[in-house]
Design a protein around this ligand. Structure first.
Ligand SMILES: Cc1ncc(COP(=O)(O)O)c(C=O)c1O
Length: 475
């Protein structure tokens, strides 16, 4: 991190100031308790369950917003177009979108629209929906989408498959190198040729800003250097930063996936991952002028642009993001992400010292360990997530806020002991007991000890049973 990075809109505020801003915003929303308005099918939250005079609310402007129940339907980055009932909190949502698009993703002032979506999946579907409709309109496809393909790497999130399925589009995935997770340019070149031969000449390209499994980052140039050989292809680029959007721009401030790159038109981010806000806080941002392609003309009763995939959405979600962003400010947020990256680097370095085969992207908080180093006990005790539950090749550790140094140290101790077990498995079965006696003390938790003992005994029993089941052959 450098203190020279400039964040024009994002300033850290005191908790009191943040609360005052939210109360002020709520005062510009409809007050259902006093207002004579009766035309909308909406109200505050149920009074019996969510008592507005409860003391619990006193300390929390987030809970206050929740029970006031503002609906942020539509998009509010163009204030003239918003529903007036909830103008106060919608303006705070617009501020959140401005911070994310201009301060984090380097967009020019007022050049981006966006909204708080239900999550990364919705953001990715929204992007692909916009570009499909853009191609349809600009190239007069008359809803024949057979010349459009969604293109992404095999490590892309499965929300791309959902989008392609829902939107009736072909999806094509590019192979990646097993250990580096970098896209295979030869496979890309062959794929592009194959798509061209099928009459496909429009691509919705999704670039990953930290993949779910490896934290890997796609280089747009890797795709473009091949696509540029085919000027007949029209390409729209979306970046899936659901995982990395609040992370990579802080651990790698010079990373190139941002609005400075005119080839990129939109991004998905998730506040409910690294930002630790409640679920339902994804973010979708897109250059101005493009959301019109997902405008549903028949949504006439909604004042403002309902260009979004879902309709009603809780304004409390935007307020939770606002509170977190403003409480930290950009420099403290950067320090937070760098601390996680640092912890991950130390974990990775220790594993590399033990010659463990792993995948780690510098500045990410994920380490994926090759399955050959992972015992079932380690996988289950530490809840390591495999890339594939049927044929796991890699197991990942994600260093989130709760994964503190002492937990990592305990993992490393148990992991080291488990390696002795793995080595031992290659030896004569009879040595098992000796091994356990020798290394029992090194296993830090009794849970792991019991599992290991159980597994060893089960293996011995299975082997004995297998022997007794061997067919008796007579000479
Ligand atoms: C890279 C990436 N994209 C999209 C998603 C989907 O996000 P959500 O679960 O918020 O819909 C995820 C979720 O893990 C993700 O890691």
């Amino acid at each position: 991190m450098t203190y020279l990075n400039v964040y024009p809109n994002w300033k850290r505020l005191s908790k009191d100031r943040i609360d005052q801003n939210i109360l002020e915003a709520l005062s510009h929303n409809i007050n259902y308790y006093d207002s004579p308005k009766m035309g909308v099918p909406a109200s505050h939250l149920d009074k019996q369950e969510f008592a507005p005079d409860s003391q619990v609310l006193e300390g929390s402007t987030y809970l206050k917003t929740l029970i006031n129940n503002p609906n942020h339907i539509g998009v509010h980055t163009d204030t003239d177009l918003s529903e007036p009932y909830f103008a106060g909190t919608q303006r705070l949502e617009a501020q959140v979108i401005k911070i994310i698009s201009e301060d984090i993703l380097k967009a020019l002032p007022d050049s981006v629209d966006g909204y708080v979506s239900s999550g990364g999946t919705e953001g990715n579907i929204q992007a692909i929906w916009v570009y499909r409709n853009l191609f349809n309109e600009v190239h007069q496809l008359h809803k024949d989408y057979s010349s459009i393909a969604v293109l992404c790497s095999e490590d892309a999130h499965y929300s791309m498959d959902k989008a392609a399925n829902l939107l009736n589009l072909t999806i094509t995935k590019i192979k990646v190198n097993t250990d580096t997770r970098v896209i295979d340019s030869d496979h890309l070149a062959i794929t592009i040729e194959a798509l061209a031969s099928q009459g496909i000449d429009k691509i919705i390209l999704v670039c990953n800003m930290m993949t779910t499994m490896y934290g890997s980052v796609d280089q747009l140039d890797d795709y473009m250097s091949v696509l540029n050989n085919h000027p007949e292809f029209k390409v729209k680029v979306h970046v899936d930063g659901a995982y990395g959007g609040f992370f990579l721009p802080f651990t790698h401030p010079d990373q190139p996936l941002n609005f400075n790159d005119s080839r990129i038109d939109s991004f998905t981010l998730d506040a409910h991952k690294m930002l630790q806000s409640p679920y339902g806080t994804g973010i979708f941002v897109i250059r101005k002028g493009l959301l019109k392609y997902s405008l549903t003309d028949s949504a006439q009763y909604v004042a403002g642009m309902d260009c979004t995939l879902v309709g009603s959405r809780s304004g409390a979600n935007a307020i939770s993001i606002y509170k977190i962003l403003m409480n930290y400010g950009p420099y403290d947020w950067a320090e937070r992400m760098l601390a996680l990256a640092d912890r991950t680097t130390r974990l990775k370095n220790q594993l590399l010292n033990w010659n463990v085969r792993l995948i780690h992207f510098e500045g990410s908080n994920i380490v994926a360990i090759h399955h050959s180093f992972i015992t079932p006990v380690i996988a289950t005790t530490y809840g390591l997530v495999p890339d594939n539950h049927h044929h796991p090749q890699w197991y990942k550790i994600v260093v989130m806020d709760h994964v503190k140094g002492d937990k990592i140290m305990q993992f490393l101790q148990d992991f080291k002991a488990s390696q002795l077990e793995l080595d031992h498995h290659k030896q004569d079965d009879e040595n098992d007991t000796t091994f356990l006696q020798q290394h029992f003390d090194k296993l830090s938790t009794s849970h792991v000890r019991h599992r290991l003992l159980f597994m060893t005994l089960s293996r011995k029993r299975n082997q004995k049973n297998a022997k007794s089941l061997e067919p008796i052959t007579k000479n």
